[in-house]
Write a protein that binds this ligand. Sequence first.
Ligand code: ACO
Length: 399
Amino acid sequence: DVIDVRSLGSHGVFTYDPGFMATGSCESAITYIDGDAGVLLHRGYPIAQLAEHSDYLETCYLLLYGELPNAEQKAEFIKTVKNHTMVSESMQKFLEGFRNDAHPMAIMVGLVSALSAFYQDHMDINDPEHREIAAFRLISKMPTLASMCYKYSKGQPTMYPRNDLSYAENFLYMMFATPCEEYKVNPVFANAMDKIFVLHADHEQNASTSTVRLAGSSGANPFACISAGITTLWGPAHGGANEAVLTMLEEIGDVSRIDEFIEKAKDKNDPFRLMGFGHRVYKNFDPRAKVMRETCDQVLAELGQANDPLLKIAKRLEQIALEDPYFVERKLYPNVDFYSGIIMKAIGIPTSMFTVIFAMSRTIGWISHWNEMISSPYKIGRPRQLYVGETERDFPTEK
Ligand code: ACO
């Protein structure tokens, strides 16, 4: 049931809903989730079908424009994305101002926000063509910026984008190639990367997407809005979870220690939570987690690491969560981040880059929501509060 409270505002009545457990903030035609049934649809298409039959850039087109492209539209879209992969050389100089041991998410927030400085003057958010170009710039430049952060942390030269490669191949190339030797992208890894991008492309009004909409509702430019989304994604309860999963698996270290950690997770006096389990919306198996689990098996088989100790721990945790009454009663299933971290580690991506990759993938979701909001009438987002502070009192004037 939906109660539309718009008419109540002028009578001084408002809803109090910390955590937005039951508050819809907008109408949207982009993504549908039925958390109880474990359903996720983008523009009506089930996520598992998109992961199997589509690819990331086609999914980007779908999210942005509402329909799948025909062959010509797809080719044109890819061509335009490739036209925008370069960033200004000044961005490299800006990058070099950061400490090289800074967290790459800290740098990404800065770099993406700095894009406004390059395109702000030409940006009229009320012009659909300007919004479209901003979307292209962001989709295209995110892998370039992300790999620049990684190379900088390694003390290696930035690799320029290669537009003859696919989106996922180009990202892996910019991450792992060096100017001194030939680098061939592993097709199994590129396929896994593309799946990670597709599965993280959008997830309706999560914390980061809501932040992008809220920032955008003030009329802020899209690069600043996406930067706000990146900041929000960074937290361990949101995009930071895949990094936290890996840290947790490494801390557990061996299957013999799993029970100890399970008990910690159940102990209400212990703040420890089993990372990669539970979801605010899914109270069933996350449909993205199913695809990620298969992809994870493929990558580890390619590497001959099917018996990887971390994977063994992960599989055992998954089994316990599906059987233990604590997890069953609370419907705490493994989420997408549970497997994506293991895949990325196997590919050779350091944990500090995991959330950056999530941000890259989610950029299309953020920009699609921002564009959807600006395309129809909207108000500046302005939540109310329940004031619990002091009532009015006089400032003490006597010493
Ligand atoms: N381990 C142990 N217990 C848990 C976990 C967990 N991972 N998640 C929830 N619970 C318990 C809570 O303690 C609570 O128990 P109680 O009812 O006895 O008090 C119950 O399950 C409900 O938990 P809430 O915190 O109310 O659920 P909420 O919907 O607010 O939280 C969240 C969802 C933040 C994802 C939570 O499950 C969590 O912290 N998970 C671990 C972090 C994680 O994996 N985040 C990734 C989310 S997916 C994404 O961003 C793509």
